[in-house]
Design a protein around this ligand. Structure first.
Ligand SMILES: *Cc1c(COP(=O)(O)O)cnc(C)c1O
Length: 456
């Protein structure tokens, strides 16, 4: 080994020495000494690796303590300020729950519940019995089932339909349009899910045009279902043609409609759950934490026969929803039933807040940042917010952003290190903090983060 590398390695501080640094001391008060020691050891290990591969820096005990602090603070699930303007930001956890949903979650988390207990008979009940009546009422479907997420619901629905429909023993087939063989994100691809369900994929039509006759020609004695998927995260424009659920239902096969976002109320051209039910889909599947504005969940509503087939399928146990999810979902659905959803659900409030309200919030925030850091260039600029989460890809929501001048990349890094971290968007002329996705309490956190970045 070269002598300078050996020098650098020898120069690395000992764990105990780093732990005596004041930074490490205050860190230990928050995270505990054991966690800080582990972070210091991890940081030293990384530095040793960097020295050995050739570009390790000379570090002090304080330097290691600061690096360990960053490591520790950036870890663990924690609150983040979403200043991206993307309402259903999948990486930032999609929907924020309503106050009443949070109360329901807290009650379910801190007490015993009748999760699987029938209070009328005093015997075993079903976790699915709580939200099903609400979903029936809201969507007009015969029955409903809630599982862990929409991807799980799609897999379960297809598995149940493929396994449960009559066939002559040949390889079961599911028909799907080539225009709907999509990837949702995180590696969730419709053709692969279909394969996993045990069905052979029967593709019909073309990427841009599929007609009813294409489906009709593909039906044979092995066909178990038609899968209709809402291509949520992209749009085809121009020379296009597709077939809706209403035209597929009369073919007499179960139609499984994965509508994705779970819009219960009108929003742009997003397909609505109730519409797909009325159009005759056997099963309509959607997410709980997208446009519905509830917890992560996969909801299936539809014909009693097929919902029951899903409930009985062995996979149902593997993808079941937990009590906290069910508590949050039930309370979120009550907001819809009572007609208060637009006023109570943060997701809907953010999507629908009038531009003037956002403008006012942005101006107030800009003024507060200007007061806190007088030398910083701050202005309010028109921006475009988006629904995100793979919904409404071309839907633009007029918004306002606070634009901060200076070195935007550097500032973005500092704001992500703040407590709570603030995530904005580096764009033309600076760091953009979109005011549409800020929640109550976020403004003060943003001001503190910017002031902190400039040593205030
Ligand atoms: C988002 C989406 C999914 C996946 O939903 P998760 O709840 O994230 O599992 C599945 N299908 C469609 C059409 C979607 O838009």
């Amino acid at each position: 080994m070269e002598t300078d590398k050996r020098e650098l390695l020898r120069g690395l501080p000992a764990v105990d020495a780093v732990l005596r640094e004041p930074v490490a001391g205050s860190l230990a008060e928050r995270h505990g000494r054991a966690a800080v020691a582990a972070a210091v050891r991890e940081t030293l290990g990384r530095l040793r690796g960097e020295i050995l591969t050739g570009d390790g820096p000379q570090v002090t005990g304080e330097g290691v303590a600061v690096a360990a602090a960053r490591l520790l603070e950036g870890r663990g699930l924690r609150r983040v300020v979403n200043a991206t303007g993307v309402v259903l930001h999948t990486n930032l956890g999609r929907s924020v729950l309503s106050e009443r949903a949070v109360k329901a979650v807290t009650a379910a988390a801190t007490h015993y519940t009748n999760l699987e207990y029938d209070l009328l008979s005093g015997s075993r009940g079903s976790r699915y019995a709580h939200s099903a009546p609400l979903l029936r009422e809201i969507t007009g479907a015969e029955d409903a089932l809630v599982v862990n997420n929409c991807a799980a619901a799609t897999l379960l629905a297809l598995s149940a339909v493929v396994g449960g429909a009559a066939g002559d023993g040949g390889e079961p087939e599911v028909i799907v349009s080539r225009g709907q063989l999509i990837e949702i994100g995180g590696g969730f691809r419709i053709p692969e899910v279909l394969e996993l369900s045990g069905a052979r994929l029967r593709e019909v039509g073309t990427t841009n045009r599929t007609r009813l006759a294409d489906y009709e020609r593909a039906v044979n004695e092995n066909t178990r279902a038609i899968l209709w998927v809402h291509p949520s995260n992209f749009e085809t424009v121009g020379f296009t043609e597709s077939v809706g659920v209403a035209d597929l239902a009369p073919l007499g096969l179960p139609v499984v409609a994965d509508v994705g976002s779970g819009a219960l109320l009108p929003l742009s051209d997003e397909p609505r759950v109730g519409g797909a039910v009325r159009d005759g889909a056997s099963l309509v599947i959607f997410s709980g934490d997208k446009l519905l504005g509830g917890p992560q969940a996969g909801i299936s509503v539809g014909a009693a026969r097929w919902v029951e087939a899903m409930r009985r399928h062995p996979l149902a146990r593997a993808v079941r929803a937990d009590k906290l999810c069910l508590a949050a979902l039930e309370e979120t659905l009550r907001s819809y039933l009572e007609g208060t959803a637009p006023d109570e659900l943060p997701t809907l409030k953010m999507l629908h807040a009038p531009a003037e309200e956002i403008e006012e919030r942005a101006r107030r925030l800009a003024a507060e940042i200007g007061d806190a850091v007088p030398d910083l260039a701050v202005d309010v600029v028109p921006s475009v917010a988006r629904s995100g989460g793979g919904t409404l890809p071309t839907y633009e929501i007029p918004s306002r952003a606070v634009r901060l001048g200076g070195d935007a990349g550097w500032l973005a890094d500092r704001l992500r290190e703040a407590g709570p971290p603030v995530v904005g968007r580096v764009s033309e002329g600076g760091l953009w903090l979109d005011a549409r996705t800020l929640l109550p309490g976020d403004e003060a956190a943003v001001v503190a983060a910017v002031a902190g970045a400039y040593g205030g």
